[in-house]
Design a protein around this ligand. Structure first.
Ligand code: GTR
Length: 410
């Protein structure tokens, strides 16, 4: 009887209208606290030792694939450093982080560290789409080298300087006392499907045959974020215990997976991550599992495509990816016109993860009425907003991320 009532309530809530569009079919979310054998998780210990590993195994084997261990020979070289960035506001540091001894595999990390600081500062770390030089008008930022470009997609056209500058509010972040670090995601794994011959797959897998659980590109980018954190651990000006991992869109999915696989990240932010990120798959609203696997098969392990059109058979849903961040702070941001990413479904992931935060004695978001546009919500260690406008990252988003991080990383 109790079960029937709960089911009716879920069905009713799933089909009720909300201020941001996104009506969908009835569905029932898997209970993050229910073990595969039916037992209900009642203690943090059970979550940490039993249920979380079970879910991680699910995400690894069915969705992102199994990421390898650390890089065989991680080392770094400072290519350029200056205290004069942005008129003296920050120190700019451009570091080559190599994964192997021969330096065949590396990324270039662009870092800005506020000059006004008393000790190590907290930081935001996120991959970028178009290259470090495209995140700013700072003319000293290195362009991608010919050697690197040769590994990118054939015909790749180098974006102009500052062409994605609006997404990186460096000035604002630095003035609020945070360092910020970014690298181009193609450096780790070029974003095109060549059968995993390129990028770090080749380095870490060699000629090992791939199977349904082999890691895809999102797992590779997340692995790259972890390697940057390895490096930040050696960087005195940054406190590697206070690093927020952040990403937009496919890199928002990546940030969530990095936050799940690497619990050293102190805070996790997904911006417009949508399908296979924060959005509930069972809603099948906007981008679906089938659509994403058709367009971007290389982002995932090949087992994932079996759930296309059959989301209700998934033994998990995306609220459990959010739950994997618990008890650390998590922020999910959406944009009102970004219906492809399903803002309503992104919000419901937070609601769905709350029971896990509760287990840690923390509050979470429980209100099923989706907040109005630009009415940010913070409950316990969960934050959320829907910016008015398109799929993108703007200063408005960074203002929210910084104010959320101020609560936990300062
Ligand atoms: C879209 C894709 C989304 C999102 C986006 C992006 O084409 O359908 O899942 O990741 O790309 O990364 O910009």
């Amino acid at each position: 009887m109790r079960h029937t009532l709960r089911l009716l309530a879920i069905v009713f809530l799933a089909i009720s209208p909300f201020p941001v569009s996104g009506q969908t079919n009835p569905y029932e979310l898997p209970d993050p606290l229910r073990m595969e054998d039916g037992r209900i998780v009642r203690t943090r210990r059970q979550w940490v030792n039993e249920r979380r590993p079970e879910l991680m195994e699910m995400f690894r084997s069915q969705m992102f694939g199994r990421e390898p261990g650390p890089a065989p020979d991680l080392h770094s070289e400072v290519l350029e450093e200056s205290r004069d960035a942005f008129g003296g506001l920050a120190t700019r540091k451009q570091v080559k982080i190599s994964f192997d001894k021969e330096e065949n595999y590396y990324l270039i990390l662009l870092m800005y560290i506020p000059n006004q600081r008393k000790g190590p500062v907290p930081a935001f770390l996120g991959a970028n789409f178009k290259g470090n030089h495209a995140t700013t008008d700072d003319p000293e930022v290195l362009m991608p080298s010919e050697e690197k470009l040769a590994t990118y997609q054939p015909g790749y056209v180098v974006p102009e300087r500052n062409s994605n500058g609006h997404r990186w509010s460096y000035d604002y972040i630095l003035r609020h006392g945070y360092a910020v670090a970014t690298f181009c995601y193609h450096d780790v794994d070029p974003d095109f499907h060549d059968g995993f011959r390129n990028g770090v797959h080749q380095l870490m897998d060699g000629d090992n045959p791939r199977d349904g659980e082999s890691w895809g590109s999102i797992a590779a980018w997340a692995w790259g974020l972890s390697r940057c954190l390895d490096y930040l651990d050696t960087e005195n000006a940054v406190d590697s215990k206070r690093v927020a991992v952040i990403g937009h869109s496919r890199l928002g999915k990546t940030a969530l997976w990095a936050g799940a696989t690497d619990q050293r990240f102190a805070l996790v932010i997904s911006n417009d991550s949508g399908c296979s990120g924060a959005a509930i798959a069972r809603r099948k609203y906007g981008e679906t599992v089938e659509a994403i696997c058709r367009s971007f098969p290389h982002w995932f392990c090949s087992n994932y495509s079996a759930y296309g059109g059959k989301e209700e058979t998934m033994p998990w849903d995306q609220h459990e990816l959010i739950a994997m961040v618990a008890p650390r702070p998590v922020y999910v941001a959406s944009a009102s016109e970004d219906q492809w990413a399903d803002p309503v479904g992104e919000y419901y992931s937070l609601v769905g993860a709350t029971s896990v935060y509760n287990l840690f004695g923390l509050d979470g978001i429980t209100d099923r009425r989706v907040p109005e546009i630009e009415s940010p919500v913070v409950v316990g260690r969960m934050g959320h907003h829907i910016r008015g406008g398109e799929h993108n990252v703007y200063l408005y988003d960074w203002e929210r991320f910084v104010s959320f991080a101020d609560r936990f990383l300062k």
